[in-house]
Design a protein around this ligand. Structure first.
Ligand code: ADP
Ligand code: MG
Length: 589
């Protein structure tokens, strides 16, 4: 048999490597910024167009490259950072695999300029899909500038796979934040489509946290510090009363490299146990310094996961350091978990104005009927449901004996369910799910038709938000307006002038926070606006545990059966069950 094995040509091998290293624009951003940090730059500029789909450029004032190095840098396995296998265990640079630039060049158009500190002139190089198009002497300031255009121009599948600009930009901001937090002593900036999202002058860590996470952050955090032979721990914890539902405040760095570690995250959660309200996330910015020979960074192509030699000890040390820091600052007694439910607006007040938008639906719901039998007349009144049942019963005597309308009873059970007697049995409705359904349909209606009624605030609310939060809200501004918000921006300050009529002022913080963490919420949705409608419904719905007046119970039942869908909540949970007379009789047999 003839020999059939051949070495892959470089451009193919590079494209394969690119598949692992460069998954989306943000991966290229990470590699370029890390190279700039490794090059000893003190100022690093990131310029992005169309969320990186059109342009990603990183300009640094680092040590630069000679013309030969600039050419070599784009070869596979070309690196200045390690020479021997042993060096892998003494790493103090971000990069070392020597494949980032080669991978990028394989899937994009690259233009790079570089000028070493002692050189008179710069050199430039142009590469398109691994092919060097030109290399020449050029004029450029000291340092390096690498521009990536038309990412994935030769891999349509991957290009088509990219998400919306808002999502891709969010990934870029994530990577940018991670490096910026790891290196507060360096200046960073980020320009997107000509507008400046971040401008971070050199700072200390505490200051940098505020720069990145948004205003007054310094007041929300406490320091953590611990030194042991195994590990040195530094950083900040978010005080539990400023915790968020989102995971946007969780950062581990090991030797100034951002890493993901479910294991260490678990240690943090364990230390915060009992201090956080249900559904709230611990916030932390933890910097671990570990001797490089005790870790293995090389287990993941993008190097965001690492292996520790002595995980168990690390876990224990970290957990106790966190507990100690939380205890020292006596953050515990300041907590106030239990909101007085009587302070919440009642269902009837939040529902009374505005009027329910009229929805074209079959309101005369009867849970004991097949769909085909369902009467089509539209009344929107709960009592008419019973009326419908009565008249129906004449035609179908199998439903049981006639029950006078007055005998229908509605009451609340376990502060959680609304129970109603029906002529043919019993109906038990989950109040929270039912209300979620009602609100969800209401918001969908606002998104597709009439915008939500809005209440103007007498005193506009001001919120300091982080740059990435502004980006998020701005990318959904039409939806936010349709939902009933009126907002304005002045730099990082958000002014809320109007809110959805259904929402009370005291709920605004929670709503805002839920919307800001929309991307992390594991909620299935058809579109971002559908997701926002669901989040609003979830946040504003009456909850289990809320006592409802009789009138409110009736109203909720009415509203539910005026919905287009009555069976399941927007989160696909069953809203009610029925217990039929037959079943009852079987049980009591
Ligand atoms: P690695 O970072 O793993 O070494 P890369 O492909 O990212 O691999 O870069 C290859 C080499 O190019 C680096 O080792 C470094 O010598 C050089 N290089 C890359 N970016 C820069 C930069 N911004 N300034 C100076 N040198 C750089
Ligand atoms: Mg690199």
């Amino acid at each position: 048999m003839a020999d059939i094995i051949a070495l892959l040509p470089d451009h193919v091998a590079n494209q394969i490597a690119a598949g692992e290293v460069i998954q989306r624009p943000s991966s290229a951003v990470k590699e370029l910024i890390e190279n700039a940090v490794d090059a000893g730059a003190t100022e690093i500029q990131l310029i992005v167009k169309d969320a990186g789909k059109t342009l990603i450029q990183v300009i640094d004032n680092g040590k630069g490259m000679s013309p030969t190095d600039l050419r070599m840098a784009f070869e596979r396995h070309a690196t200045s950072k390690i020479r021997l296998a042993e060096d892998l265990f003494q790493l103090d640079t971000k990069g070392f695999r020597g494949e980032a630039l080669a991978s990028i060049a394989a899937v994009a158009h690259v233009e790079a300029h570089s000028r070493p500190k002692d050189a008179e002139v710069a050199s430039s190089i142009q590469i398109e899909g691994t092919t060097v198009v030109s290399q020449e002497v050029s004029v450029a300031p000291k340092g390096t500038s690498i521009a990536i255009k038309n990412l994935f121009f030769n891999i349509p599948a991957r290009r088509n796979f990219l998400k919306t600009d808002a999502v891709e930009l969010r990934h870029i901001i994530d990577e940018f934040q991670r490096v910026a937090l790891a290196h507060p002593d360096l200046a960073f900036s980020l320009l997107h489509n000509g507008s400046e999202l971040f401008d971070l002058p050199k700072a200390n860590l505490k200051r940098r946290l505020s720069q990145v996470m948004g205003g007054k952050f310094e007041e929300k955090i406490v320091a953590i510090e611990e030194e042991t032979p195994l590990v040195q721990i530094k950083g900040y914890l978010v005080k539990p009363n400023f915790a968020k539902k989102s995971r946007g405040q969780q950062f581990f760095f090991v030797n100034q490299r951002f890493i993901k570690s479910p294991f260490l995250h678990h240690a943090l959660c364990a230390a915060f146990e009992g201090l956080l309200k249900d559904g709230y996330q611990p916030g932390y910015f933890i910097f671990l310094q570990v001797s490089p020979e005790h870790i293995d960074i090389n287990i993941h192509p993008t190097k965001t996961e690492i292996k520790f030699e002595d995980e168990q000890s690390l876990y224990a040390i970290l957990k106790s350091a966190v507990k100690h820091s939380l205890g020292m600052f006596q953050v515990t007694p300041a907590l106030d978990f239990d909101r007085d439910p009587t302070m919440d607006p009642s269902y009837s007040t939040t529902q009374s104005s505005p009027k329910m938008p009229s929805i074209e639906v079959d309101a005369s719901f009867n849970p004991f009927q097949d769909k085909k039998e369902r009467p089509t007349k539209q009344t929107g009144q709960w009592d008419s449901l019973y009326a419908g049942l009565q008249s129906e019963s004449v035609a179908s005597p199998s439903l049981g004996m006639d029950v006078p309308q007055e005998s229908s009873k509605v009451f609340q059970l376990f502060q959680k369910y609304i129970v109603s007697s029906l002529r043919s049995g019993l109906l038990v409705i989950d109040q929270q799910r039912a209300h979620q359904r009602v609100l969800y349909e209401q918001f969908l209606n606002h998104l597709t038709g009439q915008p939500s009624p809005r209440q103007q605030l007498l005193f506009p609310l001001h919120k300091e938000l982080a740059p990435h939060e502004r980006v998020l809200l701005e990318s959904h501004q039409d939806t936010i307006a349709a939902l009933g918000f009126e907002i304005e921006w002045e730099d990082s300050q958000l002014t809320i002038k109007g809110i959805p009529a259904i929402c009370s002022e005291s709920q605004i913080d929670e709503v805002l926070e839920a919307l800001l963490s929309m991307e992390e919420q594991a909620i299935e949705s058809y579109s971002p606006s559908d997701l926002m409608a669901k989040i609003m419904a979830k946040t504003l719905s009456i909850k289990s545990g809320k006592i409802l007046e009789h009138q409110e119970q009736d109203r909720l039942i009415n509203d539910l059966f005026a919905c287009k869908e009555t069976q399941v909540s927007p989160f696909n949970r069953q809203i009610f069950v029925t217990l039929e007379k037959d079943e009852l009789e079987k049980k009591l047999n």
